[in-house]
Design a protein around this ligand. Structure first.
Ligand SMILES: NC(=O)C1=CN([C@@H]2O[C@H](COP(=O)(O)OP(=O)(O)OC[C@H]3O[C@@H](n4cnc5c(N)ncnc54)[C@H](O)[C@@H]3O)[C@@H](O)[C@H]2O)C=CC1
Length: 456
């Protein structure tokens, strides 16, 4: 019943080589500057520079430079360059067991050391560290657990290395990260920390940082971020906006994928949004955004963003894509703004040719007025005889089918001849998967990117 992730294919339509530069606008004051308690790093930090200059170029690798009483015959630098031995991996595994119960305190100690000894690195992190706090440290620990399988480790670290590039992490930062990581580990491993354990961790961290630097410098993989100027901002309801942007260079993706997005109002805070259109010849991308309570990015996008403002996009992610060679019928459940990727999938089927496919879209909301994308979806169904669009309302009894999406779709089964795509609130997707399984859809034919796209 897990999502089936297909590898993305190159975009169908060729794109122009470059787009016009973003319109010049007065600088935006990040909202974080009005919340001094959140520790805003200030103008001139890495984020600010990221908006004005090209991506960082690859610099010579920095080696770990730790004061060490480890193994006298070897320098710390040369130890970090060795691959870990089976004995090293066992020592790392044992120390991870010791660290697990105190991971929270070790994390806090790691960041305290990092920001105290390297205040210039503070600006690589979001102003509010609540979500971020565990991320880097936990990612490093998770990577250390996988170090026995270098191929799996490389797969695990590839997206991490790529995303660190858009956070402004450069090759020379890996030395300070490693230095503080080892100090935090040493402190929280207590008397289980000795010279051999330190050497083992140096080698494991050396391996991790070599892979991360390699993926970060993999320019063949394309840019690690795009600047994208807002070209239209349509307020569909009080809380929902449809935002269209023009990336500064071609942005290859597949319908059904989502993109990490950063606004100038909340530097270094990235949220994922599904792209609500199939790749277009003019290269524009559309997003559906609902302002949710305490959602910094979504509120800024709905209530502040205007044409001319410039966002940053990360590379596309997600595998909720259609296999156009397979040709089966498609059943799509879009709940609320979860209709965004469903619309993109329908457009892509229209471009590629539906053939014998039938496509059934169940589009759910709590109230009539929240079906903000119903008219465009109905127009598509009038243009394409293979497409049916069914509005579903759960909290009113006035329009379309009555009930929650999972209930209604299950009642209209069986669906055993369909591939299913779900997008919307997490609870809806989970219940939807269960309902589809009961309605005869095979688990491997159910696709979603649960939890990936967000509106916060
Ligand atoms: N903006 C985007 O690009 C995307 C957004 N999403 C996610 O979609 C969600 C959309 O939120 P809203 O528009 O506020 O949706 P909503 O809360 O108004 O609900 C939309 C639909 O889902 C059903 N539903 C909600 N909770 C349910 C439950 N527990 N069991 C069964 N059905 C349930 C409702 O009955 C309604 O039909 C957000 O969580 C967002 O993160 C997902 C993919 C893309």
């Amino acid at each position: 019943m897990a999502a089936v992730l297909l590898p993305p294919k190159p975009p169908a339509a060729p794109r122009p080589a470059a787009y016009p530069a973003a319109t010049s606008r007065p600088p935006i004051e990040p909202l974080i500057t009005r919340a001094p308690g959140l520790n805003w790093a200030g103008p001139g930090d890495h984020w600010s520079r990221a908006w004005g200059v090209p991506e960082p170029t690859a610099r010579p690798s920095a080696q770990l430079a730790l004061p060490s009483a480890a193994v006298p015959a070897r320098t710390p630098e040369s130890q970090a360059a060795d691959d870990p031995t089976p004995g090293d991996l066992e020592l790392v595994r044992v120390s991870l067991g010791v660290l697990e119960p105190v991971a929270e305190r070790a994390t806090a100690h790691f960041y305290a050391l990092l920001f105290l000894n390297h205040p210039e690195l503070r600006s690589l992190f979001p102003a509010a560290m609540d979500v971020q706090r565990d991320r880097l440290f936990r990612a490093l620990l998770a990577a250390a657990r996988s170090a026995a399988d270098p191929a799996a480790l490389a797969r695990q670290l590839y997206p991490v290395g790529r995303s660190h590039r858009r956070y402004g992490v450069a090759a020379e930062h890996y030395g300070p990260f490693g230095e503080c990581l080892l100090s935090a580990l040493a402190r929280y491993c207590g008397n289980r920390w000795d010279a051999r354990t330190e050497t083992a961790w140096r080698r494991v961290y050396g391996l991790i940082s070599r892979i991360m630097r390699g993926t970060g410098e993999d320019t063949a993989a394309g840019p690690s971020w795009w600047q994208a100027e807002i070209v239209s901002h349509e307020q569909r309801t009080r809380e929902i906006a449809v935002v269209t942007v023009r990336p500064d260079q071609p942005y290859p993706y597949r319908a059904g994928q989502y993109t990490p997005l950063e606004t100038p109002w909340w530097p270094r805070v990235w949220r994922s949004y599904s792209i609500a259109c199939a790749p277009r010849p003019d290269g524009l991308l559309t997003f559906h955004v609902k302002a949710v309570p305490a959602g910094w990015v979504s509120n800024a996008l709905v209530h502040r963003a205007r044409p001319g403002d410039v966002l940053r996009l990360g590379p596309p992610e997600g595998g909720m894509v259609v296999d156009h060679n397979a040709g089966g019928n498609l059943l799509c459940l879009g709940g609320g703004t979860g209709i965004a990727p469903i619309r993109a999938l329908v457009e892509e089927v229209a471009e590629q040719g539906a053939g014998d496919r039938r496509v059934q879209v169940f589009y759910g909301a709590r109230r009539n007025e929240e079906l903000y994308e119903l008219q465009p979806m109905l127009r598509l169904s009038q243009q394409h005889p293979w497409l049916s669009v069914h509005p579903v309302i759960s909290d009113q009894r006035t329009l379309g089918l009555a009930g929650t999406l999972p209930e209604v779709v299950e009642a209209h089964g069986p669906w055993d001849e369909y591939d299913a795509y779900l997008s919307g609130p997490a609870a809806m997707v989970r219940r939807g998967v269960d309902a589809l399984l009961r309605a005869g859809v095979a688990g491997e034919r159910i696709r979603h990117d649960l939890g990936a796209a967000t509106t916060a």
